[in-house]
Design a protein around this ligand. Structure first.
Ligand code: T4K
Length: 395
């Protein structure tokens, strides 16, 4: 996690009368970060706040929450969606809703929350290697990792790039396994056959501040039928079915009204967000197309992306190592990120799991040393993009 910014412009405390000195830090241009949330004009948000102030309904399935669920299921082309306080609680609740027990096959190449959800649910993660072309779970490796104790697969649509859905679903059907997609990066991604999130038993989204679509903190579970949505909705509200009936050991996973209202406003701007990210993606691709040692992931042919990340692979024939390039950018005020390094399997709570070895995960191990995600967000100005490109190409 990067340090949160200080607020140099905050009003002075009432008893402080002396003029505040302008610090050196305040005069430096703010660092360019890997992402930045799109914030619509504040004036557009005020009417939503006024409504909340008026009706005093702050959480627990309020009117904005209900409206956002309806608008998102329409926008994403999914039958049912349940909003959550964040993606991690949504992942845990999804595993609970499907009553997943035993071993779950997942990827080492993700944000750590993917595997943490399994530990919180008492599952045993089994790590399988990724495909070097997609950086998502390799279906052949999934198949090889199945044991009599396997009950589910937890793949990640990493960077919003679709997993090998048809293969994964065929494997799941053949072995009677559940599939929960960690779709934290995949908001709005579409395939010719429809929204990516319609696949699997459940798909889980994150609406964290760093995501293309954000509610500050937030998340969601996409489900296929009403009964499953009902179960998920019980689970996120302590298991309450009515005022006095508790049907499951649920948790508090509810999204509050301010976040839901912000989601509604974000949705009105989402096409602008995709379009400005698409332009930056195109610019980087063009700049790096013939740069020896830098590989972009292939441009999508068979799906509509959301441009949530711009990952590059820094190969051995580049003049700098990945970490040297990362530090060079950082020294120039550009905070690119090594998502996902270290691998989940390098963290202490996972490294002793039998499947967590480098030998079992050669592709993920190599990719984790080559990956660098470059800044991409609507407010990234053209001259800032130029600087990033110039620094990377002048190595
Ligand atoms: N599954 C997957 C595959 C995920 O990627 C994630 C989350 C989850 C599950 C869990 O979903 P949530 O429970 O988070 O909803 C970030 C995010 O915190 C995390 O949500 C995300 N994945 C992960 C990939 O990235 P950090 O530790 O890198 O965040 P941080 O604070 O360093 O922020 C990165 C940059 O974003 C900052 O340098 C500046 C910018 N930023 C960040 C925040 C928080 C802003 O401009 N404004 C902000 O408010 O983890």
């Amino acid at each position: 996690m990067s340090p949160a910014p200080a607020y140099p412009e905050a009003p002075p405390l009432p008893r402080l009368t002396a003029e505040r000195p302008v610090s050196v830090a305040a005069r430096l241009p703010p660092p360019i970060t890997v992402t930045q949330p799109y914030l619509p004009p504040l004036a557009e948000f005020l009417p939503y706040l006024e409504k909340i102030w008026e009706n005093k309904w702050l959480t627990n399935n309020g009117p904005f929450h209900v409206q956002l669920e309806a608008e998102l299921s329409e926008f994403l082309g999914v039958p049912h969606i349940s909003l959550f306080a964040n993606g991690t609680i949504a992942l845990i609740a999804a595993l609970q809703a499907l009553r997943v027990a035993g071993e779950v096959i997942t990827t080492p190449y993700s944000f750590v929350a993917t595997a943490h959800a399994l530990l919180w649910n008492g599952n045993q993660p089994v790590f399988a290697d990724i495909d070097p072309a997609t950086l998502n779970l390799d279906p052949d490796k999934i198949e090889a990792a199945i044991t009599p104790r396997t009950t589910a697969i937890l793949p990640v649509h990493c960077y919003g790039r679709p997993c090998a859905i048809e293969r994964i679903e065929a494997i799941a059907a053949a072995h009677g396994l559940k599939v929960i997609y960690d779709a934290a990066h995949a908001f709005g991604v579409r395939r010719p056959t429809g929204g990516l999130l319609r696949h699997g038993d459940l798909s889980v989204l994150s609406f964290h501040a760093t995501k293309v679509f954000t509610t500050f903190e937030g998340g969601a579970i996409v489900s296929r039928d009403k009964t499953m949505k009902q179960r998920i909705d019980y689970l996120k509200n302590f298991g309450f079915a009515d005022e006095t009936t508790v049907v499951a050991p649920g948790i508090n996973g509810k999204l509050n009204e301010i976040s839901a209202a912000f989601g509604l406003l974000q949705l009105r701007h989402i096409e602008e967000v995709f379009a400005s990210r698409a332009a930056i993606d195109a610019r980087y691709r063009q700049a790096f197309a013939r740069l020896p040692g830098i590989a972009c992931l292939p441009a999508p042919l068979d799906y509509t992306p959301n441009y949530s990340y711009f990952p590059i692979l820094v190969r051995p024939n580049y003049p700098l190592t990945r970490d040297e390039l990362y530090r060079k950018l950082q020294a120039n005020g550009i905070h690119a990120r090594r998502y996902f390094y270290p691998l989940i399997t390098d963290f202490p709570m996972y490294r002793d799991i039998p499947s967590a070895t480098e030998r079992n995960l050669p592709v993920a191990t190599r990719i984790a040393t080559e990956i660098l995600c470059l800044p991409i967000y609507p407010a990234l100005e053209s001259h800032e993009q130029d600087r990033i490109i110039a620094l990377a190409t002048a190595a």
